[in-house]
Design a protein around this ligand. Structure first.
Ligand SMILES: [Zn+2]
Length: 327
């Protein structure tokens, strides 16, 4: 607004703030068109990155650093399958240079109409600015036949792969490749950030494996099939989920059959995400002696999970304290 006012008050023919900015942008565009990148750091705007979920947004921040602005659409406490699609999302997507989605149908229930409404060529499928996180990830539970008629919301396999930190490294690489294409001058910066992020995960993995070795093989149940990659990576055994199928609420028949199985198997914990109702897990806990553990499924669910690494620090510490492997 200040720039606009400056431009209107300019009656002496001196270059106003707004026109100076436009001229700079034109000048920089010309330089870039001629292969020079002199202006990219100083005058060009930061890349606008929109991530569908906070974990994707957190990884984008790690790689983009101060060269990017990142907005995440889903709130940390929202179920990523059922995000409340606010009208402001269309405006945000309209201005995006990059859209990072989880893929594997994670956002199938809410994202497609928003992208259509945003009318932004930069983020269409196949455009340089569209990152599909699941590309290059080995998805688990990929069905042999499509079964959406039964209400399964994982028709392409399990889309919660970011709860394995090693998959976070793969997504970080995708994001780095995309940012390098869109802002070549800042590519060394992105690559340095990627190396730092990957190294941090590798170092942390040593610590996390040491901690989880104490409760390797412990049997748990979860509400939704959200923690499968996490449990597999850290050596815990999933007995079943409270949902009979992903996205189908727990039924009395399913729960009544699950309780004796949990007792037989000696299940120690019922892991749920903050967005799930607690009545059913608490009822089962009473019947089985298993502890209800609320573990954030994404970054920012609470103060302790402000970035991708701390999400694992927090969740693994909670698990260790609850199932007896803690110090
Ligand atoms: Zn799911």
């Amino acid at each position: 607004m200040r720039l606009l006012r400056l431009a209107r008050n300019d009656k002496k023919g001196i270059i106003s703030g707004k026109s100076l900015f436009i001229q700079l942008m034109v000048y920089c565009s010309l330089l870039i068109a001629h292969g020079s990148l002199l202006c990219s750091d100083s005058a060009l705007a930061k890349l606008n990155i929109v991530a569908t979920t906070p974990d994707l947004g957190a990884i984008a921040k790690e790689i983009g650093g101060d060269k990017v602005d990142v907005k995440s659409l889903a709130r940390p406490t929202e179920d990523p399958h059922f995000v409340d699609a606010r009208p402001s999302f269309i405006t945000i997507l309209n201005k995006a240079d990059v859209l990072i989605e989880g893929g594997a149908m994670l956002e199938a229930g809410w994202l497609p109409p928003l992208i259509e409404g945003a009318r932004n060529k930069k983020i269409q499928i196949g455009s340089a600015g569209r990152v599909i996180g699941s590309d290059g990830i080995t998805l688990i539970q990929v069905p042999t036949t499509l079964d959406r008629a039964m209400g399964d919301i994982h028709p392409m396999g399990n889309p919660h792969y970011l709860l394995d930190p090693l998959n976070g490294k793969v997504v970080a690489q995708h994001i780095c490749d995309t940012l390098c294409k869109l802002d070549a001058a800042s590519c060394p910066h992105f690559q340095t950030n990627l190396e730092g992020f990957s190294r941090k995960i590798d170092e942390k993995m040593v610590e996390w494996r040491k901690l989880t070795a104490l409760f390797k093989g412990t049997k748990v149940v979860t509400y939704h099939k959200s923690y499968d990659y996490f449990l597999e990576r850290f050596g815990l055994e999933l007995v079943d989920t409270l949902e009979p199928k992903p996205g189908i609420p727990p039924s009395p028949t399913h729960i009544n059959a699950l309780i004796p199985r949990m007792n037989e198997d000696g299940v120690k914990a019922i892991i749920i995400e903050p967005n799930k109702e607690k009545k059913t897990p608490e009822f089962i806990a009473e019947k089985t002696g298993a502890k209800v553990l609320v573990l954030p499924g994404t970054v920012g669910g609470n103060e302790e999970t402000e970035d991708y690494i701390s999400l694992f620090d927090y969740n693994l510490a909670q698990l260790a304290a609850a199932i007896g492997g803690g110090h």
